[in-house]
Design a protein around this ligand. Structure first.
Ligand code: GLU
Length: 429
């Protein structure tokens, strides 16, 4: 099958197979890691506001718990499938391992467009998700968190439902909670800030001056918003565009402004589902261009921070010759074919599970704070995040330089090596 027709799980397996062969992972171990350890697929009947029951389908996949409890977000998306969740669960295993946090990989999902639900319906769906799987998750088993389409409020309902069923307050059963119900300072901006921490290190390595650089960002969800803010605040660079899906027009737009975008202003005109108010943006001097205009911008750094498969064989040739770094804020944004092209062009790629690991690193900190029932201040969280992700970046860079490997391959080498090591110590292989 041509690689561009692979679904997300086949893509995750292809990446894994390629690197496993290259670094000589025992074929029996490969067979274990190619598939998730456990999968749950369940129905969630929800009483809707009109009094009728609607059945939703939910998933939770635990790919590996060799290094610790499975960990990973829950997506609410209308095109969610068991295969997308499997892929994302596998990527979480590598993400936690590369970040060197004592957690495994998991992911969950519900087939739903959350913008079609009322607040009450959302709450009942979240509680229903927990009712269906609470026996198989928990602080020492598998810890969910937010992802595309889910929010801290939803995590609070889920934590509450889990606590009620468990019979005791269990904040560390779910991370990404709001402050005040066991959330951590810094969790909201963690993924975007972490993305920029890795870009800063890549620029040091490549000898680039951050304040002279331009970034083009795809997306304007949680990751993209804080990556834009940190790029301007921490690196003093310019962000030339972001993009977003417009729910009213049902298409995506790239919003750009010649002198650079102002992410705080754009946040103030973005609704809770990530749609930027087009009229207000135009009034403020922004141009709304076609969806993929972001990829062709004359920029030094591309930060795809939306969904998987966004840089692919159809558009990879549109990348401007000036681009030196692709920093993968999203999970799986580059298809294997496009990846070959990036390699050929010697673009420095910061692979997703390294680049966007700031979210789960801070989720880990959240769980640690919950368990000791003592909470760190904001600068302490961001400092620890920076230390952890910078160390992860250099572990990967070192491997890449020592073994003459592309960054993605080096990241897999580090991550798979750590997982296999845990499996060996535990006597599983
Ligand atoms: N959903 C985020 C991710 O893909 C965070 C996961 C977590 O915090 O457990 O990394």
């Amino acid at each position: 099958m041509p690689v561009n027709q692979l679904n997300a799980f086949q893509m995750a397996q292809t990446q894994f197979d390629g690197i496993a062969a290259k670094i000589n992972i025992d074929p029996q171990v490969r067979e274990v890691l190619r598939y998730p350890a456990r999968e749950f697929r369940f129905q969630i009947p929800v009483r809707m506001d009109n009094g009728k029951i609607q059945v939703f389908f939910g998933f939770r996949v635990q790919h590996s718990d060799a290094r610790g409890p499975a960990k990973g977000g829950i997506r609410f998306a209308s095109n969610e499938t068991l295969d997308t969740v499997r892929a994302l669960a596998m990527w979480m295993t590598w993400k936690c391992a590369v970040a060197d946090i004592p957690l495994g990989g998991g992911k969950g999902g519900v087939v739903v467009d959350p913008s079609t639900l009322s607040v009450g319906e959302k709450e009942r769906l979240c509680r229903g998700w927990i009712d269906a799987v609470w026996h198989d998750i928990g602080p020492r088993v598998d810890v969910p968190a937010p992802d595309v389409g889910t929010t801290p409020q939803m995590m609070a309902w889920m934590m509450d439902e889990y606590s009620k069923l468990a019979g005791h307050y269990s904040p560390s059963a779910i991370t990404g909670k709001p402050l005040g119900v066991g959330g951590s300072l810094g969790r909201t901006e963690a993924t975007g800030y972490g993305v920029v921490d890795t870009i800063r290190e890549a620029m040091k390595h490549l000898g680039m001056k951050p304040e002279k650089t331009i970034a083009a960002i795809q997306g304007f969800g949680n990751v993209a918003q804080y990556a834009a803010i940190a790029y301007i605040k921490e690196l003093r660079g310019k962000v030339i565009c972001v993009s977003c899906y417009d729910r009213n027009d049902q298409v995506s737009y790239t919003y750009s402004r010649k002198d650079g975008i102002d992410p705080i202003f754009l946040q103030s005109i973005t609704d809770q589902y990530g749609t930027i108010d087009q009229a207000k943006a135009k009034d403020a001097g922004y141009t709304a261009e076609e969806a993929e205009a972001w990829i062709a911008k004359e920029a030094d750094v591309l930060i795809p921070s939306a969904l998987e498969g966004q840089i692919n064989s159809d558009n990879v040739n549109r990348i401007h010759p000036r681009v030196k770094i692709v920093a993968e804020g999203a999970n799986g944004p580059v298809t294997p074919e496009a990846d070959e092209e990036l390699k050929k062009r010697s673009i420095f790629d910061i692979p997703d599970f390294l680049c966007n690991s700031g979210g789960v690193i801070t989720s880990y900190f959240e769980g640690v704070q919950n368990d000791m029932n003592y909470y760190w201040d904001h600068p302490s969280v961001l400092r620890r995040l920076d230390q952890k992700i910078t160390k992860a970046f250099h572990d990967v860079l070192e491997t890449s330089l020592e073994r003459n490997m592309y960054m993605r391959e080096a990241a897999y080498t580090v991550a798979i090596g750590r997982v296999v090591d845990a499996m060996e110590w535990r006597g599983w292989i």
